[in-house]
Design a protein around this ligand. Structure first.
Ligand code: 6PG
Length: 263
């Protein structure tokens, strides 16, 4: 399994890798997760990862669980892995739209991770309360002082056809948040609140890995990585880790327009 091509974009630390299809993309994502986990555990004794929601990452989460079952001798020490979420829909954990439920079905239920290591967003609470509660959880877990930011070892993100990432949607208030770690973001297009980590937190990560799959993302991926003539800045473009690595993994369908001249 080799990447179909490398496209450098937007500065030295942005790497874009294109994989032939979604399965190879998931495989590469699972391998990068495992590599980053081993590195963090060796260096700091634990691995703190913020998971992406939506549909794309499910395949990578499932491969991590399969690896665990197929190669138990090489499995990750899940007691040293702490799972957080980049965002959550305003639904209870049992709801099919829940990002937590997706991660539980694809991964948590199939590996020996302690429940105490799974830090979900309690999105069934009132939106502001859910955001405050998760912010406090992060401040306590990372032992943050006033104004300090948590540094995730890895943040997994997806991207919508409109250029949103986590629940940072175009034209929403959360885009301008500069101090809070977590906010309840009203998304007019969806007529709902979403609970989401903010740009300061995403950009403080040691590594951010975007997973982008499917033809419906091709135009926006080209815009985000190569800019577009409208000069619009899409939320996904504002994820630029201050002192970290930025990786974009895309499958061929999502990367199909990367060679196109900026439209
Ligand atoms: C969510 C996600 C969101 C997602 C994109 C892409 O809760 O929906 O966090 O940001 O990553 O919408 O979603 P797909 O992977 O389903 O295309």
């Amino acid at each position: 399994m080799t990447p179909a091509g490398d496209v450098s974009s937007g500065g030295a630390r942005t790497e874009v890798k294109v994989w032939a299809d979604a399965l190879q993309l998931f495989r590469a994502a699972a391998d990068e997760f495992t590599r980053a986990a081993r590195e963090a555990i060796a260096a700091r004794g634990r691995f703190c990862v913020a998971l992406a929601g939506g549909t794309t990452p499910r395949g990578a989460y499932a491969l991590l669980a399969e690896d665990d079952a197929r190669r138990p001798a090489q499995c990750l020490p899940w007691d040293k892995v702490h799972f957080f979420f980049g965002d959550e829909r305003r639904v209870p954990p049992s709801n099919p739209d829940s990002n937590y439920r997706m991660a539980r079905e694809a991964l948590f239920a199939r590996i020996a991770v302690p429940e105490a290591n799974i830090h979900r967003i309690e999105a069934e609470l009132e939106p502001k309360e859910a955001a405050d509660q998760y912010q406090e959880l992060l401040q306590t877990f990372f032992a943050l002082g006033p104004g300090e930011l948590p540094r995730f070892d890895l943040v997994l993100l997806g991207m919508g056809p409109d250029g949103h990432t986590a629940s940072l949607f175009p034209g929403t208030q959360a885009l301008d948040e500069t101090s809070r770690l977590v906010v309840a973001n009203w998304v007019e297009r969806l007529r709902t609140f979403r609970i989401t980590l903010t740009f300061p937190v995403l950009n403080h990560a040691a590594e951010v890995l975007f997973l982008v799959s499917g033809a419906d993302k091709a135009e926006m991926l080209r815009n985000v990585l190569q800019g577009d003539s409208s000069g619009a800045v899409y939320p996904a473009q504002r994820v630029r880790p201050d002192a970290g690595r930025l990786l974009w993994y895309a499958d061929g369908a999502a990367a199909a327009r990367l060679a196109d001249p900026v439209g």
